[in-house]
Write a protein that binds this ligand. Sequence first.
Ligand SMILES: C[S@@+](CC[C@H](N)C(=O)[O-])C[C@H]1O[C@@H](n2cnc3c(N)ncnc32)[C@H](O)[C@@H]1O
Length: 309
Amino acid sequence: MNEPLPETNDPWTLYWQADRLDSCIASASPGDAAAIAAFWQSFAGRINDTASVLDLATGNGTVPKCLLQASAALEITAVDKAAIDPMTYLQDGGELGQVNFIGNVDICALPFAAASFDAVTSQFGLEYAPLEAATRSAAAVLKPGGSMQLLLHHSDSEIVKPAAARRDEIRRLLATDGIIHALIAYINNRIPLEQLETAGQGHLASAHAKTAAVSGQIFDGVNQVILGMQEGDRQEAELLATVMVARLSAEQARLEQLLDAALTEQQATKIRGMLQGSGVDVERLDPLLIGETPDSRALIGWQLSGTKR
Ligand SMILES: C[S@@+](CC[C@H](N)C(=O)[O-])C[C@H]1O[C@@H](n2cnc3c(N)ncnc32)[C@H](O)[C@@H]1O
């Protein structure tokens, strides 16, 4: 059966309606995920075993999962502005069953009393929100003496660089002279199949990067639409194309947000200043590099640790 039209146009809600735990790892290598897990497990080792933790912009709960794997008795609340529901979408939520997930919560307007958590965490999340309001509100819910641990996007990271390339690939597919526009024109009988094929060949012949995950999937989809049209099922072909455009546009919007959120050194330093101003002493703000050898070292993001005064 074909995929239905997404019920939301919030790119992150759509993204988390799938059996996926992560959105931002540097590569598909299990080593990267393990290194990021180790980063959070080491933080879990530095806080009380039964601490109350608030994870901001949690997605499907990758940070809570890492923390609980290190310290099973933590009491974790995890919020996101997207309408998250990890236990419905993850096939194996495991320990996440004990996390209090709350969707539709903006970091800038947290529904918690001041000083109510022993720790506040966020992985590639806080920087997506307006920074002044987000830092103020994250600091406010932290108890005096409580710990803050953030992993933030770095503008030069191995996560941000491929995201820019993927965003550009999608932009080209969606451009007015791109294959998606040609596909819609073909479905509406405004151009013949040959002209759609020419648009496809143009995309393939261009010097820009093309990946199996983006262009490859779109070409598969285009072929399915053509087949549907040739079999006389125009309605089905049109639905398929609409779903494809909706998903591609959502992915473009998600990547635009990611790229906008990425922080230069100057911006990361500004966050430190904002947190200091909201009562959090920042002990550490450094690039986080993972990988065993100098050759395999990858820049993942900014790591920030602080303590509420
Ligand atoms: C890159 S994902 C990170 C998710 C998760 N922490 C992870 O590492 O997999 C960014 C998340 O920030 C959320 N987000 C963006 N702006 C937000 C806001 N103002 N308040 C709460 N969450 C927000 C998005 O919905 C998305 O789930």
